[in-house]
Design a protein. Sequence first.
Lengths: 276, 149
Amino acid sequence: MRVSIAILAMALGATGAYSGEDASLTLEDGQSLTIRTDAPPHTENLSEITSGWVYRSDETQALQLDDFDNPAFVFVDQGIDLYAAVDGSEGKACASCHENVEDFAGLRASMPKVVDGELVTMENLVNNCRTERMGAEPWKWSGGQMTAMTALIGLQSRGMPVNVAIDGDAAPFWEAGKELYYTRVGQLDMACSNCHEDNYGNMIRADHLSQGQINGFPTYRLKNAKLNSSHGRFKGCMSNIRATPFAEGGDEFKALELYLASRGNGLSVETPSVRN
Amino acid sequence: MYRILTGAAALMIAGMAQAEPVAPSDVMFDDGTVAASLTGVAGDPVAGRQVAMNRKLGNCLACHVNSDMSEQSFHGEVGPELDGVADRWTEAELRGIVTNSKMMFEGTIMPAFYKDAGYTRILDDFAGQPILTAQQVEDVVAYLMTLAE
């Protein structure tokens, strides 16, 4: 049933403004990203997973193909400056300990992950270095400095398949995230799954519903002309269904992030992506 | 004398019905349908069209195509088309669907428009109140009853 609806939607899309649904994402430098692939076995209700890029208009899609056109790169450049900037009581910059940012290749693809029994996201890693090693103030979860830095570090993994661990230590966090994904909340009484699992490919008013994958985060949105964290997006979707959002950086959103990342296992890291 | 009394009583009952709509928790469902008006006041299809269209009220176009509103751009495709619903459903069925569609369609994504309790993590601004008032539900139902083909 689900599959047939998706196929129908794609067939419709191919004749409408969304001809891009059949397009492939090949970057200017020739690198081809995986935007659709078989769903991982733990994503029981989907047979295929697709990047959010697939559901965007041709114009929005095009912005992500060339780093010169991609507005997110203005912020990546800010990230490069921040990476080299000394801050805090220890007189250090990121670059003091991590000489080449390229060494972070692969990290984004495996985040979030469990370290010493705690679920840790990219933002946690960055702030941990700031407070513990640099003697600097932590950055705000979705603030401009943090998203610039997570975009820069995430970019080093672009093209690598998302591959977060969900077993062992991670299992309880993954279960908690899954529970949240399927729990109806707010006055509109909807779960993430109602829109992003049951209705991806369908229009909800002027919005073309995607699977709500997070392989492209932080993502530049045309709507607010800045980089957006995944927790910021979760918050937005919850407010839209008239639900009180969980806190950015809190246990619930971290668990949800792990669960969503795992639903994208196999898609390419697309950071920094462009969405509307 | 007897006649005058019953007349007055009838007037009083009608007056009460007008002042006190059925509370969301008191709506009586029978197989997903709601036979009795929530207010005792006939629905206004013109007002109902506006309520259905309004993004902060019915926002029905978010999910439904409706040719009667073709002047509006972007109709959603999450639910079935509303064209011809008056041919497919009775007034009591439509009242049930708008009041709380979960009573008719198990597990549906469609929100309940006249339900004020039992929600999880509802935003404070909306707590304790239904999306639509009882009269707005009646107006939307009256509007849906005009959608015959």
